[in-house]
Design a protein around this ligand. Structure first.
Ligand SMILES: Cc1cc2nc3c(=O)[nH]c(=O)nc-3n(C[C@H](O)[C@H](O)[C@H](O)COP(=O)(O)O)c2cc1C
Length: 169
């Protein structure tokens, strides 16, 4: 699958089979995440792989839109290490780019995934911090739920000329 096709056909997948995901594939996803662009190449991210279903099942107690984690094989938490940020205010954007890279790779590899927002919701940040023992200077930014898909979704065409401006608004 080429990059454009992967981007245009990606959808959020929230139902999974119980087939396990090989560690080598998870590592490939992490490599893709770390290949994202970042401000001044600061790469302020850390990734916490959660492959313990007992831990995954605890997340819906503080994250209201994360029920799919009860079925997920693995999840990746993208974290922002504020001590690595050299270009003030850019770190969250870097983590966003890493998250999207991983989501596209998930789809390209025949897996299914969904981006779960953590930052800036305090209850979710505190919940993740406590559950995963994340230090104070590191902010859990997003959580990506991953599994082999047990649902199919059609591509959506979101293109509209109404959102495009040339040279001026
Ligand atoms: C910042 C962000 C936070 C999101 N948080 C959640 C979430 O907590 N739970 C969830 O099920 N989906 C979440 N999503 C997925 C969106 O609901 C989804 O991307 C959107 O409805 C478009 O559908 P698509 O991904 O299938 O194209 C989030 C997406 C983004 C970008």
């Amino acid at each position: 699958m080429d990059a454009i096709e992967a981007i245009l056909s990606r959808r959020s997948i929230r139902k999974y089979s119980n087939k396990p995901i090989p560690d080598s594939l998870v590592k490939e996803l992490l490599n893709v995440g770390m290949s994202a662009p970042s401000a001044g190449n600061e790469q302020p991210w850390h990734f916490i792989v959660i492959n313990d279903s007992q831990i995954l099942k605890k997340i819906p107690s503080f994250h209201p839109h994360s029920q799919m984690l009860k079925e997920a094989s693995v999840a990746i938490t993208v974290c922002f290490d504020t001590e690595l940020e050299t270009h003030k205010g850019m770190g969250f954007q870097d983590c966003s780019a890493a998250t999207e890279n991983i989501l596209i790779a998930i789809h390209a590899k025949g897996l299914g995934g969904v981006w779960l927002g953590i930052y800036p919701r305090k209850k979710r940040i505190d919940g993740m911090r406590k559950l995963l023992n994340i230090p104070k200077h590191v902010i859990p930014f997003s959580l990506i739920s991953i599994g082999y898909p047990a649902e199919k979704k059609p591509r959506e065409n979101r293109y509209t000329d109404l959102k495009i401006h040339y040279n001026q608004w």
